[in-house]
Design a protein around this ligand. Structure first.
Ligand code: 8Y7
Length: 274
């Protein structure tokens, strides 16, 4: 399994690490730290040196309760960083956005993957992704972020997530997207109870069987806060356990804050497979 972007190729026959680079001042765990372009570049270089294959850049905080960011503000925050990183580092770049215009500008400036927690449901997003022939990550979310935490838990989370993802795949293929550009994500923590998250984590193989690359994002999430009674800066061990479970089940892309530690877990797993 491979992803293609222009002349670049990403081999997904072994798991790849996606490092999170947040540029939102209100982001729930890296808030405000990497606002400046140079800081963002340094952080990206560090993550690539530690073994990240993809850098995920997001300027619209998707954390529950986060306030919406205007198009202008999102472009102002994210574009200089995309331009700087794509000019200076040879890695895969992912743009975390739901806005069609941000997707378009970011891809033109060198972004290789569109990471959309709303699975291309916003106006114009699907059309841009098809037109630019860009790999996309389609994530399951129960509802829009603004009120996702007040949603009732789905009766059968495996069925609901699968039905949603199949519906989004269908919409993408119908719009002319190439099958090889589709990545799926179960959307840990988005409108889901602790039990839902654990059920999904236990059944990643069920989604790997769909034969699309599976991206898993559990890093520092509140599921570990709830399960282990840990604050956000105390969730590394829980996050690494989650990453290992996902990799063992065949998830090809792991989205994390703590690149070096997750790469070590990946290397241990790779070593026993040889
Ligand atoms: C995810 C994500 C976030 C995830 C994908 C956080 C942007 C919240 N989580 N994208 N984004 N998958 N694909 O805790 O799980 O990082 S934001």
């Amino acid at each position: 399994m491979h992803l293609r972007s222009g002349t670049k190729q990403l081999d997904l026959n072994s798991p790849k690490i996606m490092g999170i680079l947040n540029v939102t001042p209100d982001s729930f765990s890296d808030g405000g730290k990497f606002e400046q372009v140079d800081n963002a570049l340094k952080q990206a270089i560090k993550m690539v040196e530690q073994g990240a294959s993809i850098i995920d850049i997001g300027a619209e905080s998707t954390r529950p309760g986060a306030t919406a960011v205007s198009l202008d503000e999102e472009l102002t925050r994210v574009m200089p960083i995309i331009e700087k990183i794509s000019a200076n580092i040879n890695c895969w770049l992912s743009i975390d956005t739901s806005k069609a215009m941000v997707m378009k500008e970011a891809v033109l400036a060198g972004a290789d993957i569109i990471n959309d927690v709303r699975a291309l449901r916003n106006k114009g997003a699907l059309e841009i992704a098809v037109k630019e022939n860009t790999p996309v990550c389609l994530m399951h979310m129960q509802d829009q972020t603004e009120n996702m935490q007040v949603q009732a838990a789905p009766q059968n989370v495996l069925r609901n997530v699968k039905d949603f993802l199949l519906e989004r795949i269908e919409a993408c293929l119908e719009a002319g997207m190439q099958k090889s550009n589709i990545i799926l994500d179960l959307g840990f923590g988005f409108g889901k109870s602790l039990e839902d998250n654990l059920t999904l984590l236990a059944h990643i193989k069920y989604f790997v069987a769909l034969k699309y690359p599976i991206l898993t994002g559990v890093s520092r999430k509140s599921m570990f806060g709830k399960l282990l009674n840990r604050e956000i800066n105390e969730r590394l061990a829980g996050s690494l356990a989650g990453a290992m479970i996902a990799m063992q089940a065949g998830s090809q892309i792991i989205r994390v804050h703590d690149v070096q530690e997750t790469v070590d877990v990946m290397r241990v797993l790779q070593a026993i497979k040889k």
